[in-house]
Ligand binder design. Structure first.
Ligand SMILES: Cc1cc2nc3c(=O)[nH]c(=O)nc-3n(C[C@H](O)[C@H](O)[C@H](O)COP(=O)(O)O)c2cc1C
Length: 334
């Protein structure tokens, strides 16, 4: 397979050898994992809250620690939040995450939520690339108009908070309104094998962003039980719940998940629909979810295990180097 102009740009933007990104994960993005993916030839992306709150690093020192583990480039995920009373503090924190990443020489930001206009200006002034997460064509056009360098198309097969559309559907709808041969789009969700990678490249994606595949690795700092549950799970075992963050997240169906139910109760659902209470309710749910995810990362008894439908292609816990080697097996650089 020859490289498309979009894949070439993705590889230039990231500095990776292979168009395979390890997406930011809470939990799962421990610095050793991020570094191991980049070191192996893929591209690791830091989840700043995981780096600090979960894995206990000061943010700047954590970035420096990753630089001691690999000389290869890695990225940082920045969440763009509105500066409303409910989220002003977190919005500022994320701006600082971006500033420090740039100061530390990070050349790639993956942005989530919000409008990326301001961060694109700042990043480009510093020679930094920005790719933005989107889950539909409208948001894709808005981000592209803001000048982002690429898009991360979130689909309905992904682990963590899900998109609504299949990988085939979302790229088709984006290409219908924005078709530039060298504009990179990543496929986030459900990808775990080299045939998945090749199929997505044929669809017009520049590369893939994986999460679940990299959780079942030696370098991921989550419990062995969580990793083994990913290996054992089939895509039918992946269910959506809105109980974690108010929007749908994909998790493995475990007795604990079933017991808690998959949907918020009528009162919380009502609050989530009201413009006045929506943001605060989400924030409140997210706080609870973070606590559950913290426990799920380190306590085998807490089985709130986020994972995507790519579990079908994961049958072993292996090193990141081996994951990348397997992705690379049928992928020939030309
Ligand atoms: C355990 C877990 C936690 C995640 N946490 C985040 C997160 O904090 N921020 C984010 O932007 N994406 C998050 N994601 C999404 C990943 O970055 C990635 O896009 C997704 O996992 C790709 O789908 P896959 O799991 O099917 O490979 C998470 C995914 C998983 C599996």
């Amino acid at each position: 397979m020859s490289l498309s102009p979009a894949t070439k740009r993705l590889l230039q933007d990231t500095g990776a050898r292979l168009p395979v990104v390890c997406g930011p994960m809470y939990p799962g993005s421990n610095p050793e994992l991020v570094a191991a993916v980049s070191e192996a030839g893929g591209f690791g992306v830091v989840q700043p809250i995981a780096l600090t709150r979960l894995y206990g690093h000061d943010y700047r020192s954590g970035l420096r620690y990753i630089k001691t583990l690999t000389s290869k480039p890695f990225g940082v995920n920045i969440t763009i939040l509105p500066k409303t009373a409910a989220s002003a503090r977190y919005a500022k924190m994320n701006e600082e995450f971006a500033d420090i990443a740039i100061e530390e020489g990070v050349k790639f930001l993956l942005t989530s939520l919000g409008k990326p206009d301001d961060i694109v200006k700042k990043a480009h002034a510093n020679g930094v690339k920005v790719y933005h997460d989107v889950h539909n064509a409208k948001l894709a056009v808005r981000a592209a108009d803001a000048g982002v360098d690429g898009l991360n198309l979130l689909n309905s097969s992904m682990g963590g908070q899900t998109g609504q559309f299949e990988p085939e559907e979302i790229i088709k709808s984006v290409l219908a309104v924005r078709d530039e041969a060298d504009f990179p789009m990543l496929c986030a969700g459900g990808q775990s094998t080299s045939s998945d990678l090749n199929k997505m490249l044929e669809l017009g994606y520049a590369g893939i962003q994986c999460g679940t595949r990299f959780l079942a690795t030696e370098e991921a700092k989550i419990t062995q039980e969580y990793k083994q549950a990913i290996v054992n799970a089939k895509s039918d075992d992946i269910v959506w719940t809105n109980k974690m963050a108010g929007t749908n997240s994909s998790v493995i169906r475990t007795p604990m998940v079933e017991e808690g139910g998959l949907r918020t109760n009528a009162f919380v659902s009502f609050l989530l629909k009201q413009p006045m209470t929506k943001a605060l309710t989400r924030l409140w749910l997210l706080r609870g979810a973070l606590e559950k995810y913290d426990q799920a990362a380190f306590d085998p008894e807490v089985q709130y295990w986020q994972a995507g439908k790519g579990v079908d292609g994961i049958d072993e816990i292996i090193s990141c180097e081996e994951v990348i080697r397997r992705f690379e097996k049928d992928f020939k650089l030309k």
